[in-house]
Design a protein around this ligand. Structure first.
Ligand code: HEC
Length: 149
């Protein structure tokens, strides 16, 4: 009897989780006050990314010259991806940085980008996935600095 009960409980929890995703503050019908705005990301960008990618995102930050692999121009992300801002790719990139253990003199503590609350964020697959608020803010900021043809 016991294993069955456990299985039922697990199933119940999974159903509850799914329900949370569906009824949760999704990107579309959500509470706008709860979603980070691009302007929130601007300050984070200046703090965590500008040293390499440059204040304007052109890949010309003060650390760039000394790097063997130059930082990319982040204003060209959309142009380089068929005129569509590659949200999921950028999110993965920022996530990778946040989780890396890069450090050294003056190197920011990227893990802070993962701290704080999660917001439901659809990075292009139609599913609102709980994502750290600061990461969403940075990605939304980058979306606003894209060059167009
Ligand atoms: C220590 C320097 C450094 C910092 C700080 C840094 N980056 Fe980068 N970034 C790079 C380099 C170098 C590359 C190119 C990597 C490669 O080509 O493999 C890159 C690549 C990227 C790309 C991929 C661009 C493309 O066209 O594929 C994105 C997106 C990106 N960085 C975003 C960020 C964001 C957002 C931050 C701040 C949270 C950040 N980076 C902080 C050095 C840095």
């Amino acid at each position: 009897m016991r294993p069955l009960r456990t299985a039922v409980m697990v199933a119940g929890c999974l159903a509850a989780l799914a329900a949370c995703d569906e009824t949760g503050r999704g990107a579309a019908g959500g509470d706008p006050a709860a979603m980070p705005a691009a302007s929130d990301g601007a300050g984070l960008y200046a703090e965590y990314c500008a040293a390499c990618h440059g204040a304007g995102g052109r890949g010309d930050g003060p650390l760039a010259r000394a790097m063997s692999k130059p930082p990319k121009d982040l204003t060209l992300l959309a142009l380089r991806h068929g005129d569509t801002f590659p949200t999921a790719r950028v999110l993965n990139m920022v996530d990778g940085y946040a989780r890396s253990d890069l450090d050294g003199p003056g190197m920011p503590e990227f893990g802070e980008l993962l701290a704080g609350d999660l917001v439901p964020y659809d990075s292009g697959d139609g599913i609102a996935t709980p994502t750290p608020r600061r990461m969403v803010a940075i990605v939304e900021y980058l979306r606003t600095i894209q060059q167009t043809r």
